[in-house]
Design a protein around this ligand. Structure first.
Ligand code: ZN
Ligand code: ZN
Ligand code: ZN
Length: 268
């Protein structure tokens, strides 16, 4: 029998668990103004989102800060995990899911592309070892559900994956759930994916810094995409210490804002 679990009802919300780039903000050893800022919105853990769907909580990515993020949001239950891609800042909190099988009564289903599954099997080889475990819960219990670009139903919601470029040689997935889309870690959105992002209420979009970068959108590039797609609301994420929250927010066009850890977005 699953145990009692302390958890918050987050149905109908997408919560930005983390909004920072791969090294987080503040960044280790950095003396800059943003890293030294006391504005809580300048404290950015690594990127993830939590989606409260009709039949359960869907976690998008498992960053190294996952434990603190779930504790902060007082969410104790995750029913499935969906991966954008296999970079370290998006997978290395996976071990923090070890408690979940006690609560769910079964292994945690991971929805991802084959290349992400391969990386997880290598990086977390102890979780897939044939050797008998010393005790229950010693390693994460996981199952894989492979996905591609075909839409699928999960936890009572219809999810549309879409291809995003993350630099010249690397592809990742963004996701549209109803009229809300989550597109992190991208340097460009191919036309066939742009077509899937029309008519949005909310677009969550990568915006790393002011200067261009080979694997991420700059703020200007992200603003241009947001202008083209014209969602009702655009929220930027995966930000470095280049983008101080208050100073950058003051200069953004109407309908666009910087995300921050803990921001709650209604699903529509
Ligand atoms: Zn990333
Ligand atoms: Zn800094
Ligand atoms: Zn990445």
């Amino acid at each position: 029998m699953p145990r009692d679990v302390l958890t918050t009802d987050i149905r109908g919300q997408l919560i930005l668990l983390g909004t920072g780039t791969s090294v987080g903000v503040p960044s280790i050893g950095c003396p800059c103004e943003v890293c030294a800022s006391t504005d809580p919105r300048d404290k950015r853990t690594r990127c993830a989102a939590l989606v409260g769907l009709p039949q359960g909580n869907l976690l998008i990515d498992t960053p190294p800060d996952l434990r603190q993020q779930l504790l902060r949001e007082r969410v104790g239950l995750v029913h499935a995990v969906l991966y954008t891609h296999e970079h370290a800042d998006h997978i290395f909190g996976l071990d923090d899911l070890r408690l979940l099988p006690f609560y769910l009564g079964h292994a945690v289903p991971l929805y991802c592309e084959p290349i992400v599954e391969d990386r997880i099997r290598k990086s977390f080889d102890y979780a897939f070892s044939e050797v008998e475990q010393t005790h229950t819960g010693a390693v994460p219990q996981l199952t894989f559900q492979r996905i591609g670009l075909a839409p699928f139903d999960l936890l009572g919601a219809h999810i549309t994956p879409l291809r995003l470029k993350h630099g010249p040689r690397f592809d990742v997935l963004g996701f549209r759930i109803g009229n809300v889309a989550y597109c992190t870690d991208t340097s460009g959105i191919p036309p066939e994916s742009l077509a899937l992002l029309l008519g949005l209420d909310v677009l969550v979009l990568d915006a790393l810094r002011h200067k261009p970068h080979i694997t991420h959108l700059s703020l200007d590039e992200a603003v241009a995409i947001a202008r083209e797609l014209a969602p009702k609301r655009t929220i930027f994420t995966h930000m470095s210490h280049d983008l101080g929250h208050a100073a950058t927010s003051a200069k953004l066009p109407a309908g666009m804002e910087l995300g921050y850890d803990g921001l709650k977005i209604p699903l529509t």
